[in-house]
Design a protein. Structure first.
Length: 87
């Protein structure tokens, strides 16, 4: 997965979903911490993160011509790739 593709996909998320993704996967914040910072209910944050992951999956699949991402691909691995790619 190219870092530029992931970065572009993250930028396409609406602000309510993009900010929790950045805080969780780029700044290693826990859901409760994100909820406190954004002054939102933790369940709202969990919902936004889920929706954002589904949107990112669809955006990245669309970009790759519809190829299905392997089950091995998950946000923790993506997080490491993003962090390493932007250092």
């Amino acid at each position: 997965m190219e870092y530029e593709s992931l970065y572009t996909a993250i930028q396409q998320l609406d602000e309510h979903n993009r900010i929790p993704v950045i805080l969780k996967y780029m700044h290693d914040m826990k859901d409760l911490e994100i909820a406190a910072v954004l002054q939102e209910n933790v369940n709202t944050i969990k919902s936004r993160l889920y929706k954002a992951r589904m949107k990112l999956k669809n955006l990245l699949q669309h970009e790759s011509g519809g190829a299905v991402l392997s089950k091995e691909t998950n946000m923790k691995k993506t997080k490491k790739r993003v962090i390493n790619g932007f250092e």
